[in-house]
Write a protein that binds this ligand. Structure first.
Ligand SMILES: Nc1ncnc2c1ncn2[C@@H]1O[C@H](COP(=O)(O)OP(=O)(O)O)[C@@H](O)[C@H]1O
Ligand SMILES: O=P(O)(O)OC[C@H]1O[C@](O)(COP(=O)(O)O)[C@@H](O)[C@@H]1O
Ligand SMILES: [Mg+2]
Length: 444
């Protein structure tokens, strides 16, 4: 039997030069803080909820639980908050902005709230927009980000100079893995300059590739949209003779959208993701599988995440080098490539038989929509958790759900963590059993 083990808390940086005061929620007519309303610094969320009781004792880690603190560190009238959105779009970005503005205003009586336009570059190259609840009241119904976003433009000193010059003392940074790495640098530079500025990251990624947290906001909405594309591909494939419905879904380095859409749709015959190598020709390859499926059922649906098979697509020298403004390698269109290799294969093997590939690329449709109800609620809780944490004086942290409870996680840990599909776990085995696709193991 395991012996009791001590739990170590993932400590958070906090601002030291500010003064404690009672939380104004005490006086808020909509709140009657009773016992348990405020979260103690000793309230934690365990990083892991599954344990093998027969195993040797394992170290346990815990994160501070998110939520309002009895004492806060800012005089609300002295707060000047900045909100910025960076990277690609994700359903729910506008909801997070809206709830940051409304939450700061209504919960803590903060009136100086600014939107930074167009991502990190907006700090030093554009005029900030003053926000209030009236301006943002219906933003949760809109896709995209009203503040606009961009890639690249990360100039650390220019950004921190702008924070200092404008007197922002709370900075809310909404973005993905790249944005979080930038936020770590901002946090470190702000600390180096000894500025009393609370820096918090709110992880945004339609790909669900940020680690530690249960899932990222907008992901569920994206999966729902992806399913619609799969249904259309299925109809097209079923209505053709030897029809293949091919759907490319987002997922630069992770295949979560493809995996979840496959599992929920059940119309998919094969799902290819970046975490798994595959091959086309020969025994155990994709063509052999498709051939069999077409013979048995007359049609097949193929879902491919954008990052899958990138090393199989021929690239010229300039394509090998091409990067976006943020430094991410520019991917070639795996869907278009698949369409052409499938056609070549069929013409070679069955030149006299009908064959159709209908390729659907819903890339921007799945991320440009407003968040669904579940994601909207999630965005609200994330925004409020972030506000409570910053008001309490924490800095260099990210809010997010861990095992269903909201926690404060050190920013640096989130920036380093990845959330890849584990092709050895039960979920991926379920994908394989639903699709009966090959495991492509014989070659690798
Ligand atoms: N390693 C890094 N250090 C500092 N800033 C970064 C880093 N990676 C990306 N960024 C900046 O973060 C922003 C968003 O990054 P990007 O990769 O485009 O999107 P995402 O944050 O959604 O992954 C860009 O302004 C980019 O310049
Ligand atoms: O065309 P864009 O705007 O560069 O976006 C495409 C990328 O956005 C993503 O959804 C990832 O975006 P983020 O890095 O912003 O999370 C990838 O799946 C895709 O490669
Ligand atoms: Mg990214």
């Amino acid at each position: 039997m395991a012996t009791e083990t001590a739990t170590s808390i993932k400590k958070l940086p906090s601002l030291s030069g500010l003064n404690h005061r009672r939380n104004p929620l005490d006086e808020n007519p909509f709140f009657h803080p009773s016992d348990g309303f405020y979260i103690n610094p000793s309230d934690v969320i365990l990083s892991q909820v599954t344990y093998d009781l027969s195993a040797q004792s394992q170290p346990r880690f815990a994160y501070h639980r998110a939520g309002p603190r009895q004492e806060i560190m800012y005089e609300p009238s002295a707060v000047k908050a900045a909100i910025v959105t960076c990277g690609g779009l994700c359903p729910g970005m506008n909801t997070v902005i809206r709830e940051l503005v409304v939450g700061l205003w209504e919960l803590y009586d903060v009136k100086e709230i600014y939107g930074i336009p167009a991502g990190y570059r907006g700090f030093y190259s554009m005029e900030a927009v003053k926000l209030n609840p009236k301006i943002v009241h219906d933003w949760h119904k809109k896709g995209g980000t009203v503040l606009a976003t961009s890639r690249g433009g990360f100039h650390l000193n220019k950004i921190v100079d702008a924070i200092q010059l404008n007197g922002y003392n709370q900075v809310y940074i909404i973005g993905g893995d790249g944005t979080m790495r930038g936020a770590v640098e901002i946090f470190k530079e702000v600390s180096r300059r000894k500025l009393e500025v609370g820096i918090t990251g709110i992880p945004k990624t339609v790909d669900n590739d940020v680690g530690i947290i249960d899932r990222s906001f907008g992901f569920q909405t994206a999966v729902e949209m992806a399913q619609q594309a799969i249904s259309a591909a299925h109809v097209e494939a079923e209505s053709a003779v030897n029809g293949i419905g091919l759907v490319k879904l987002m997922g630069r380095s992770t295949g979560h959208i493809a995996l979840h859409a496959t599992l929920s749709s059940r119309d998919v015959d094969c799902c290819l993701i970046p975490e798994m190598d595959f091959y086309l020709e020969g025994k155990g390859g994709l063509f052999e599988f498709l051939e069999k499926r077409l013979k048995e059922r007359g049609h097949a649906v193929l879902v491919v995440a954008e990052g899958a098979g990138q090393d199989m697509i021929p690239r010229n020298d300039s394509q090998k080098q091409e990067r976006d403004e943020s430094g991410n390698l520019v991917f070639l269109d795996v869907g278009a490539w698949f369409k052409s290799v499938l056609k070549e294969w069929w013409e070679r093997e069955h030149p006299d038989e009908l064959f159709t590939v209908k390729y659907i690329d819903p890339t921007y449709m799945i991320r440009a929509v407003p968040a669904n109800a579940t994601d909207n609620l999630y965005c609200t809780l994330l925004a409020h958790s972030a506000i409570h944490g910053v008001m309490a004086g924490y800095t260099g942290f990210v809010s997010g759900p861990i095992n269903g409870n909201y926690a404060y996680i050190p920013l640096e840990e989130v920036a380093q963590a990845k959330n890849e599909v584990n092709t050895n776990d039960h979920k991926w085995a379920w994908v394989r059993s639903v699709t009966t696709q090959p495991d492509f193991e014989s070659k690798f």
